[in-house]
Design a protein around this ligand. Structure first.
Ligand code: M6R
Length: 364
């Protein structure tokens, strides 16, 4: 049932070419978004939509944050995001002009469920992205988009995370089409998603190199993940993956926040994992790497293929294929997943069953 892999997590990481393809089939066609699941709220989106509020937990929240960066850049609609356990107790500002986008792999996370109930009471429309047919959150929503990735058994969310981002981008593009109109750049991003299954085959081949890095870094007690822009949610997800399955303390930060406190932690015992694609924020990330190096922190960098300069900036590097800035969260996800997986295995832990965690969090 593990298809020849040692663990479900590794199987599910390697399933991402097919899982992503299944997630976008019928939803993105030649760069055009087709999300029939929102047909019943299309009039609402065209005539009433003023704000999008994203609600989710854990990895789903990180997919949501990536979506927020996408919508901020490509639409004029106000976008807010909150983890569901805060959203439900904060008197969230949602009303009949708000679309709540709930993201839940299991469709059963109690905080997310209670969050959408509150949103509905306040008159908001709710659309949910989930991987489990007929689960509670999609059933209680105005629309549900199922990820179609097949069941995810490992406690760590992997293939569903990348499927979520792909679907959220398609949903975002659809909303933009209905409100402001699509442009070529957005169509190009969607076309890039259509190519992602092929790109993933290449990215997954990096596992041997990633395993080598894991061997060197398994000895550390801490790790700081940093990124900017679209790289920031990836940093958060990298840190979450590492702590949840390898029990190494990891923090994810916006790289620009380093000098507001966390840089004080860095030294030869506290390495940095930098998300540094060749994008519009590359130069800014570069300065953050130099600052970190000045504190003797070892640096692993994930960057874009062909960026030879990284050899001077980082101790170790992994190169991924070049893509659109908005698509690095997708291209880089398997790298952070494989890194955490390999570290956990080297520590003789079972990545499929991390202590204290459940696949579906149905209690507060
Ligand atoms: O089923 P959900 O997407 O609502 O679950 C939310 C989180 O519990 C989940 O993403 C969790 O953070 C993952 N196990 C992390 O890998």
């Amino acid at each position: 049932e593990k298809g020849g892999y040692d663990h479900f997590m590794l199987k599910e990481i390697n399933e991402q070419p097919e899982a992503l393809k299944a997630a976008i089939t019928g939803r993105i066609k030649n760069g055009e978004p087709v999300i029939s699941e929102i047909n019943n709220i299309e009039e609402f989106i065209k005539n009433n939509l003023k704000k999008i509020f994203i609600v989710a937990c854990g990895t789903s929240y990180h997919a949501g944050l990536t979506f927020k960066y996408f919508m901020n850049r490509y639409s004029k609609i106000d976008v807010d995001i909150e983890v569901a356990s805060e959203f439900r107790y904060m008197n969230p500002h949602v009303d009949e002009n708000t679309l709540v986008v709930a993201i839940s792999q299991s469709g059963e996370t109690i905080d997310t469920l209670e969050g959408i109930r509150i949103a509905k009471e306040k008159g908001a429309k709710v659309i949910t992205i989930s991987n489990v047919y007929g689960s509670t959150i999609p059933r209680e929503s105005h629309g549900a988009i199922y990820m179609n990735t097949g069941p995810e058994i490992g406690v760590a969310a992997t293939k569903t995370y990348t499927a979520q981002i792909a679907i959220l981008y398609a949903l975002g593009a659809k909303i933009i089409e209905l409100t402001e109109g699509l442009n070529e750049e957005i169509r190009g991003i969607l076309k890039g998603i259509e190519k992602m299954p092929e790109i993933y085959k290449e990215v997954l081949k990096l596992n041997e190199k990633i395993k080598e890095l894991a061997r060197e870094y398994v000895k550390y007690q801490h790790m700081m993940y940093i990124g900017r822009g679209f790289g920031y949610p990836t940093a958060l997800e990298g840190a979450l993956k590492l702590k949840e399955i390898s029990y190494i303390h990891a923090a994810g930060y916006q790289a620009g926040e380093l000098k507001h406190g966390p840089i004080a932690l860095l030294d030869e015992q506290f390495p940095v994992f930098a998300i540094i694609p060749k994008d519009s924020l590359y130069e800014k990330m570069k300065s953050n790497l130099m600052e970190s190096r000045a504190r003797n922190a070892n640096i692993i960098a994930i960057t874009t293929k062909g960026n030879e300069e990284i050899k001077q900036l980082a101790n170790e590097y992994i190169m991924v294929p070049e893509t659109h800035e908005a698509l690095y969260p997708l291209v880089m996800a398997p790298v952070i997943q494989l890194f955490s997986y390999n570290v956990a295995v080297l520590r003789k832990l079972d990545p499929d069953k991390p202590r204290n965690l459940a696949k579906s969090v149905t209690v507060e």
